[in-house]
Design a protein. Structure first.
Length: 329
């Protein structure tokens, strides 16, 4: 049986599959949980980033937590390297931290803030600041790291964050999410505020991928672990539709073999009632977590979908999803 973790914007939810249903257990209620990552070597070790409370760590699958004492409280992104186990945290204001002892201590990768573009980084709703929206350490190379600034660009380091290349050619500057292919070195993917892009040279350069989509405000990206040319994005018509309280005008799209994007329906509500903030492809299954707490699943790579049956605690929203690494590809 599978296990998923979800950041809800309020707390951290653990979802355990039990036959035809999923048992939901929420911890850290009221914490402002925004993001999470599971230790690649231990499915019971989970890190969660809080909007104003730093990073917390659990070593018992989310039942108890300790404060990791990150120097900056506003955490917007977390990542863990499958290559060397390092844990990364990104904050607002934009700062990037690394831990090599599972969150016991942190060091700032200060060179990120020395990039020439930094004076222009600005998040439109709070133009006086910006944040590290996404961190993507390569699963194939412990020294290779992609970082997305909202709003500022897609940055790349090939030496573990000691130095950085500024915004990469062809990438979207308004970075929302990034992914590496777990089995095909060099393949990376981006969902951004103006569209999607992919890289075949380990993030050095990027190619836009927008044909076939009538919505270009892309948010979440995930890739099929078995096929580097099959990937998915969620998209809306713009930030106000995506994040407002009305109709998100959102869809989920699939791209195969570098063909045009295909909108996915197959049982999904039309239109979707809430923004799909989290997409996750793992173990031949595709999950979509919505802003209203709905969780949808496809077992045929997006052709058909079913709503998961949730029992236990209420899942108020899904901002981020992560699998039990022991059962993922």
């Amino acid at each position: 049986m599978a296990r998923l973790y979800a950041a809800t914007g309020d707390g951290l939810a653990r979802l355990d599959e039990a036959g035809e249903t999923w048992a939901v257990e929420v911890s850290l209620p009221g914490s402002g949980a925004q993001c999470l990552v599971v230790d690649p070597a231990d499915p019971d070790t989970v890190f969660v980033g809080l909007r104003e409370g730093g990073v917390r760590r659990s070593v018992d699958g989310g039942r108890t937590w300790v404060d990791c004492r990150l120097p900056e409280p506003g955490v917007f992104s977390l990542a863990a390297s499958a290559a060397d186990g390092a844990v990364y945290a990104g904050t607002e204001p934009s700062r990037l931290f690394r831990s090599d002892d599972k969150g016991e201590s942190w060091r700032e990768l200060k060179a990120l803030l020395e990039l020439p573009s930094r004076p222009r980084w600005s998040f439109p709703p709070r133009p006086w600041t910006s944040h590290v929206r996404w961190i993507a350490p390569s699963p194939h190379d412990a020294d290779l790291l992609l970082v997305g600034i909202e709003l500022g660009g897609l940055m790349r380091s090939s030496d573990g964050g000691q130095s950085w290349q500024d915004h990469r050619p062809g990438a979207q500057p308004d970075v929302h999410s990034l992914a590496w292919h777990p089995r095909t070195p060099g393949r990376a993917y981006e969902a951004g505020g103006g569209g999607a892009a992919f890289s075949t040279d380990a993030g050095e350069t990027w190619q836009p991928a927008d044909e076939g989509r009538d919505r270009h405000y892309t948010w979440s990206v995930t890739v099929d672990p078995d096929d580097a040319d099959r990937w998915y994005v969620s998209a809306s018509t713009g930030p106000y539709a995506a994040h407002g309280r009305g109709d998100p005008q959102a869809r989920i799209y699939r791209r195969r073999d570098r063909e045009s994007w295909q909108p996915l329906t197959g049982g999904l509500p039309e239109p979707l009632p809430a923004m799909p903030y989290a997409l996750l492809a793992t173990d031949g299954r595709l999950f979509a977590g919505l802003a209203n707490g709905q969780l949808w699943e496809s077992r045929d790579r997006g052709d058909s979908w079913t709503a998961t049956r949730l029992q236990g605690d209420t899942l108020v929203a899904v901002l981020a999803l992560a699998p039990d690494r022991a059962s993922s590809a």
